[in-house]
Design a protein around this ligand. Structure first.
Ligand code: ADP
Length: 481
C-alpha cells in the first residue's frame, strides 16, 4: 500500500527556522511518521535563511493572487525533510524575526503573510502541484489555521483536515476589515464562524472548520476547556470536545543524544554520568560561575515571558543563592526579566550567570552540564526543555501544568521508594513554592544514591516520538478510512 500523504503547514521548522517548540515538533514529526508509512511534506514561508535551499529546489506551483500578491512554491528535500517553500519576497524577504522586526514589534502585515501561507496550502491540497494529492492537511498553530477554512470555503470535501494547537495564547487576531484583504467570504464572519469579539481570529477558524483538533499533551487538552487556560476559546473548544485530543510531543533523539552531542565538551550516557562534571566546568567558564561549587547547578533555557513564571523565580533567587546553589540562565524576551536576571548575575557573582540571547549549542551544553532545569511555567502546552532534561539526566523542576505534569514524576516518598521519580513537581507558581521545591532538590542532591537513581530513571523515560507518531498515524487513518 502506498504511504499516506500528509501536507503539514507551519510557520517554523527546525533546524531551518526556529523560535520555539513548534519548530522542534514540525522538524521531528515527519521522520517519526515515516516509520508509520506516512509521508509528510512541510510547507513553510521562504524566509531569508531558507534562500540557499530555494536555489537548490524546483518550482512546483505558482500563484497569482494570494493575499499580499503572487508567490511560487519550491520543493526541496533538506535534512531528510520534504519542504515546500512559499517564495513571496514581498511578504517574507526582510531582516528581523519570523513574526516581527528586530525590536520584536509584529510585522504590520502578518495577516497577509500567514493568510498567504494558508491560502497556498489550501490550493496545494486541492491539486495545485501536479501528481500530488495529500490525504490530510495538517495545520499547526494560528499561522496555518486558515488553511482548512480556505479549503471549506472553496467547497472542497477533500482532503481531511487537522489543526494542532501548540499554544492557545497565540491566536492570530486581526481587525474585521482584514477579511476582505484575505479574500474571505464576509458571510463567514459571525460568532459561530471566524468572528471573535468583533475581530477575525485565525486560530478560531481552524478550530471551527477542521475535521479534528489536537493539542500537545493530554493535560493541556483538558485545561484549555476551562476559562483559566482557554484564553477565551474554551467555549469554541467545548463545542468540539469530541474531536479534540492531546498527543504528547516527543523529541528528536538524534539531535538530542547526550552520547553524541557535539555541543558538549564531554558526551556521556547513563553509565558515565560522572562526565557531566566536565560539561559543568565548561558552563562555569562560560557563565562566570565558581568552578569549585559543589551544590547543584540549576539552569533555565527559555523565552523570558510571563508564561514561564520566571518572575517568581527571580523572587526566589535570594533563597536559591543562600542555599549555596548555582543558576545559569539562557534566554531572551521581556526587558524587565532580561534586566532582572542580568542584575542577579551582578549581585551574586560566581553563583548566578546570565546569557541574554538565543544560542542553540549553548542550550545543549546547559542540558549536558547542569544538574537540574527549572521550568516554573504558569501554563505549558507540552514543553520540550523538560524532555531534553530527562534525556540528559538533568532533572526537571517543573510546575504541575500541561505537558510538564504529564512527563515528570515527582520525587515524593512513594515514587522514590518505587524508584520511578524523575524530577520535582511544584503545585503552584509562587516564590514560596519555588523555594520549598529548591530545598527538596538540594536534599535529594545530597543523597548520591537517590540522585543517581533519579537520573537513571529520567534517562530511561521514553521521550522519543514512537508512541505519539503512532497516535498521529491512527488519527490520520481514522480520517481517510
Ligand atoms: P516554547 O515553545 O513555549 O518556547 P518549549 O519548551 O516547547 O517552549 O520549546 C522551547 C524550545 O526553544 C526548546 O527547544 C528550547 O531548548 C529552545 N530555547 C528556548 N530559549 C532558548 C535560547 N535562549 N537559546 C536556545 N534555545 C532556546
Amino acid at each position: 500500500m502506498a504511504d499516506l500523504q500528509v501536507l503539514m503547514v507551519a510557520s517554523e521548522c527546525a533546524p531551518f527556522v526556529k523560535t520555539g517548540g513548534l519548530a522542534d515538533v514540525v522538524g521531528a514529526l515527519p521522520a517519526a511518521l515515516k516509520s508509520q508509512k506516512i509521508t509528510a511534506e512541510v510547507m513553510l514561508p521562504a524566509y531569508p535563511p531558507l534562500y540557499p535551499l530555494l536555489a537548490k529546489g524546483k518550482v512546483v506551483a505558482t500563484f497569482d493572487d494570494l493575499p499580499g500578491g503572487a508567490g511560487r512554491l519550491v520543493r526541496v528535500k533538506a535534512k531528510g525533510i520534504n519542504l515546500l517553500l512559499l517564495d513571496a519576497p514581498q511578504l517574507y524577504d526582510r531582516a528581523g524575526g519570523l513574526y516581527g522586526d528586530t525590536a520584536g514589534v509584529d510585522w504590520p502585515d502578518n495577516a497577509l503573510r500567514f493568510g498567504a501561507l494558508a491560502k497556498a496550502a489550501a490550493l496545494v491540497a486541492m491539486g495545485a502541484i501536479k501528481n500530488y494529492a495529500p490525504d490530510v492537511l495538517h495545520a499547526h498553530d494560528w499561522q496555518a489555521a486558515l488553511a482548512p477554512v480556505y479549503l471549506k470555503m472553496a467547497g472542497a470535501a477533500q482532503p481531511a483536515t487537522v489543526t494542532t494547537i501548540h499554544n492557545i495564547a497565540f491566536q492570530g487576531r486581526f481587525e474585521a476589515k482584514t477579511m476582505a484583504q484575505l479574500g474571505l467570504d464576509a458571510d463567514w464572519f459571525h460568532p459561530e464562524g471566524l468572528e471573535y469579539h468583533g475581530d477575525l481570529s485565525f486560530l478560531k477558524g481552524g478550530l471551527v472548520y477542521s475535521d479534528r483538533i489536537t493539542t500537545v499533551s493530554p493535560t493541556y487538552a483538558r485545561e484549555i476547556l476551562t476559562p483559566e487556560f482557554g484564553m477565551g476559546l474554551q467555549g469554541v473548544l467545548a463545542a468540539r470536545a469530541g474531536d479534540l485530543t492531546g498527543l504528547l510531543n516527543g523529541i528528536d533523539t538524534a539531535a538530542w543524544d547526550p552520547n553524541k552531542d557535539t555541543a558538549l565538551v564531554r558526551p556521556y550516557d547513563v553509565r558515565s554520568l560522572k562526565r557531566k562534571g566536565e560539561n559543568r566546568a565548561e558552563i562555569a567558564k562560560r557563565f562566570g560561575l565558581d568552578p569549585a561549587n559543589k551544590a547543584p547547578l540549576f539552569c533555565v533555557i527559555s523565552r523570558l515571558t510571563e508564561q514561564k513564571g520566571l518572575d517568581a523565580l527571580l523572587a526566589a533567587l535570594p533563597h536559591l543563592v543562600a542555599s549555596g546553589a548555582q543558576l545559569a540562565v539562557l534566554g531572551s524576551g521581556a526587558p524587565d526579566l532580561e534586566q532582572g536576571f542580568q542584575a542577579a548575575a551582578t549581585v551574586y557573582p560566581g553563583q548566578v550567570g546570565t546569557y541574554i540571547g538565543y544560542d542553540e549549542p549553548l542550550s545543549h551544553l546547559l542540558q549536558g552540564g547542569a544538574d537540574a532545569i527549572l521550568i516554573p511555567s504558569r501554563f505549558e502546552p507540552c514543553g520540550l526543555t523538560q524532555l531534553y532534561g530527562l534525556h540528559y539526566g538533568t532533572l526537571p523542576v517543573v510546575a504541575r501544568t500541561g505537558g510538564l505534569a504529564d512527563t515528570v514524576i515527582d520525587a515524593n516518598p512513594a515514587a522514590l521508594a518505587a524508584g520511578v521519580a524523575t524530577g520535582f513537581v511544584m503545585n503552584a507558581v509562587t516564590p514560596q513554592e519555588i523555594c520549598h521545591t529548591i530545598d527538596r532538590v538540594i536534599a535529594a542532591y545530597g543523597d548520591r544514591k537517590i540522585w543517581q537513581t533519579m537520573q537513571k530513571s529520567a534517562m530511561r523515560h521514553p521521550v522519543g516520538w514512537e508512541s505519539s507518531a503512532a497516535a498521529y498515524a491512527a488519527l490520520y487513518q481514522s480520517l481517510v478510512s
